[in-house]
Design a protein around this ligand. Structure first.
Ligand code: HEM
Length: 471
């Protein structure tokens, strides 16, 4: 009874607040077109039932900038190249990063998307140090990436593989090695299982009700933090210096020397590590998977990428590791990666919030509104990319980066600091895949689409080792 009354009051207050908000915004005459849908529910159900159709219908009805009301927020969706760039480049001035609350609960108060100013800048610096290849880290970075890729690919022969699962194993093992020197396959797999549970909770409603995806994700968070905390304690109490430094050592050293804030708390370090582990593996694995898919259905592209890698391999001693020079020769491979990211971005939509009323080319985005920066639609705009749905890696050959909007790694101060590492991992994976294996597509179990975009990558292949004459 009491609970019922409480619920009724809470609903009433919410409706009143929403009506006040709508009234206040009705004073703004130049809002984008679109509909806010029903009170409270807005258009969330429409979107959940058919995510792609939702955006497509509104794009054709209202144009590439429209308003809606989803996940409990008045929202502007931008599929407009210029506005997208304007929003991303004005991070911290007019707009701030604003991922769903469920994401912040799962990744903790100190996750990078929630931080700004100096705190954000310092953490970015650490990830950039991990990702960028320099003379000092060339060998260790390439060795780490290549050694693990080869180790996991060895088991591919003769199996029907769910490519996303297999590539996730590779990318997760690489980031565990680089970040916390975790090498035991058993430990890595256990940690990875917990990260998979996190995934399903990210776009959930964020109510911690037993049995829900969000509840499971929060349980997984606890286990992950517990494991990372154990690793951190061991590092802090270690007396001998490690033979080579991973990211956690670098971070602890920087705290010790005062290079970064000495007041870095345990909680901050753990949220930071957890965020990087997550950001680094699934995005990259999805791109690897989609590259396999596109190459499978494009014989000419597969032939060309195979030739490129066969040339690199033949110029080396048998079994010799890849070098930076080899990597620089993978030019067609870079085109394949760009084209894969264009057609199938693992981060199709970025989340922002307006921190002031912003008027852009006659349209006002009111302060407090959420903004969805929809990059995937812009990447398929036919005025920038002729025949946009075609996988055409050659379009990048004479491409000047400035002539088209291309933002698979974002723009501005939140531009992905792991972009170089991601591209390196994908190129090394493709090198060993196309020089060792042929594969054919196979039917597999249907994958769920919601709540995670990667679940659509239900791609299965049967891989067979090639003899070197095929190269
Ligand atoms: C193909 C692979 C990847 C894609 C497509 C990708 C995409 C993105 C995008 C679009 C953003 C910007 C988010 C925003 O503006 O709100 C971002 C941020 C980020 N990415 Fe990546 N990423 C990839 C791989 C990686 C890797 C390998 C790492 C780690 C080494 C990484 C670490 C991060 C971090 C820490 C951020 C937050 C940056 C900030 O808030 O300043 N990403 N990523």
């Amino acid at each position: 009874m009491v609970l019922g009354m409480w619920f009724a009051c809470a609903t009433l207050v919410t409706i009143l607040l929403l009506l006040i908000l709508r009234r206040r915004n009705s004073c703004i005459t130049n809002l984008p077109s679109g509909s806010l849908g029903l009170p409270i529910a807005g258009e969330t159900l429409h979107m959940l039932m058919d995510m792609e159709g939702f955006y497509e219908q509104r794009l054709s009805r209202y144009g590439d900038i429209f308003k809606t009301h989803i996940y409990g927020c008045a929202t502007v969706v931008s599929m407009n190249a210029e506005l997208n760039k304007f929003i991303l480049m004005n991070e911290g001035k007019m707009f701030i990063s604003n991922f769903p609350e469920s994401l912040h609960k799962i990744f903790g108060e100190w996750n990078m998307s929630k931080l700004s100013g100096v705190q954000h800048k310092r953490r970015r610096g650490i990830v950039l140090g991990l990702s960028r290849m320099t003379a000092a880290n060339e060998k260790s970075l390439l060795r780490g990436v290549e050694g693990i890729t080869k180790q996991y690919l060895r088991s591919w022969h003769g199996r029907i593989l769910h490519v996303q699962d297999e590539t996730e194993k590779i990318t997760f093992a690489i980031i565990c090695n680089l970040l916390i020197s975790m090498v035991s396959a058993e430990e890595v797999n256990k940690l990875k299982k917990d990260f998979s549970e996190l995934n399903d909770g990210i776009l959930s409603f964020g109510y911690n009700i037993p049995g829900t995806a969000f509840w499971k994700a929060m349980k997984a968070r606890k286990r992950i933090i517990h494991k990372l905390h154990w690793i951190l304690q061991r590092r802090r109490s270690a007396t001998a210096s490690p033979a080579s430094l991973d990211v956690l050592d670098t971070l602890l050293d920087a705290v010790k020397t005062g290079e970064i804030d000495k007041a870095y708390t345990t909680e901050e370090i753990l949220d930071f590590l957890m965020g990087i582990l997550f950001a680094a593996y699934e995005t990259t694995a999805t791109t690897m998977t989609m590259a396999v898919k596109f190459l499978t259905s494009n014989a000419r592209a597969l032939r060309e990428i195979r030739n490129e890698h066969a040339r690199i391999k033949k110029a080396k001693q048998p079994g010799a590791m890849l070098t930076w020079k080899d990597y620089e020769m993978m030019t067609f491979t870079q085109n394949v990666i760009d084209e894969t990211l264009r057609l199938s971005s693992p981060t199709p939509i970025l989340h922002r919030r307006a921190i002031q009323n912003v008027t852009y080319k006659g349209i006002t985005i009111p302060k407090g509104w959420k903004i969805l920066v929809h990059n995937a639609v812009v990447h398929k705009n036919s005025s920038m990319y002729p025949d946009p749905s075609k996988f055409n890696p050659w379009r990048w050959q004479n491409h000047n980066g400035n002539e088209c909007y291309f933002a698979p790694f974002g723009y501005g101060i939140r531009h992905c600091p792991g972009d170089d590492l991601a591209k390196l991992k994908i190129a090394v994976f493709l090198h060993h895949l196309v020089t060792h294996y042929s594969w054919e597509p196979k039917e597999g179990k249907k994958q769920r689409y919601f709540p995670n975009v990667t679940k659509q990558t239900g791609i299965y292949v049967l891989a067979k080792e090639m003899d070197s004459q095929h190269l």
